[in-house]
Design a protein around this ligand. Structure first.
Ligand SMILES: [Zn+2]
Length: 270
């Protein structure tokens, strides 16, 4: 019985070993399951575990890592490409913005130049208009005055026996102006006319201003309509301050024409 017991006793460890092995196997299986589930590189690197498909796990993980690396590289490359594309797009956008700004500045400068040219043209038009007015508009030789002695009036005062011009009322020192634009052809003492001025008008006719107290222009000078040429007075053969005015076809005495008709023909209300 002792042998049986002994044998039984002896066999017991064997059973125990098998049992332990079973337990160890289960543990290993459990561990493998854990390792597989966790996919932990730290546990995968443990060389003491070399059974139950762990190598396969490591191999798969290695391939996966390579794949991830490749993916990361590809992603990095894509990111680089994207960054370059973005930078390029930004550069293009800025270039476009600059080009647009330049275009706008050019358009603005062009518009400015156009406005300036128009302003110059308008100014030139105004100047031409003023010049036409200056040349065209005749006026009274003494502003606001009136005729006191008419043309061809008879009297002992005039050498010809009749008045070769008209007399305008003018207190001594009144401003005497050119009735229209012209050039001074005579400025000085004129005998019976006293201090006198003769102008050659732009239309080729002549006007004369006599008995002046002072002369303000000299021969050869250009004058505009309404420009003061002297002051009225009573110099020469005169009975009192007034302006003697003549219209002539030549600069000389004796070529007189009707001064009232002449002024009226030039638009003067006299
Ligand atoms: Zn007179």
């Amino acid at each position: 019985m002792a042998f049986t017991r002994a044998t039984g006793k002896h066999r017991a460890p064997s059973r125990l070993t098998r049992g332990s092995a079973k337990i160890a196997g289960a543990a290993a299986l459990a561990t493998t399951g854990v390792i597989g589930g966790m996919a932990s590189p730290a546990l995968a690197a443990d060389s003491s575990i070399s059974e139950t498909g762990l190598n396969q796990v490591i191999a798969i993980e290695g391939a996966l890592a390579d794949q991830i690396d490749a993916q990361a590289d590809a992603q990095k490359h894509q990111a680089d490409v994207a960054a370059k594309a973005k930078a390029e797009a930004q550069r293009k956008a800025e270039a476009k913005k600059r080009a647009e700004a330049k275009k706008m500045a050019e358009a603005k400068a062009k518009a400015e130049a156009k406005r300036a040219a128009e302003a110059r043209a308008e100014k030139a038009r105004a100047a031409r208009s003023a010049e036409r007015t200056r040349l065209g508009s005749f006026q009274l030789p003494v502003a606001g005055s009136y005729v006191t002695t008419g043309y061809k009036s008879s009297g002992s005062l005039w050498s010809s026996g009749s008045h070769s011009g008209i007399d305008f009322h003018a207190a001594s020192g009144s401003s005497v102006v050119a009735v229209g634009a012209g050039t001074v052809v005579e400025a000085g003492w004129g005998g019976a006319y006293g201090n006198n001025i003769v102008l050659r008008m732009t239309d080729g006719t002549y006007t004369q201003y006599g008995h002046l107290s002072s002369i303000g222009v000299s021969v050869g000078q250009s004058v505009g309509a309404g420009q003061q040429i002297g002051l009225s007075g009573s110099t020469g053969n005169s009975t009192g301050p007034h302006l003697h005015f003549e219209a002539r076809t030549t600069p000389s005495y004796g070529s007189d024409m009707d001064p009232v008709a002449y002024l009226r023909a030039h638009g003067v209300n006299v």
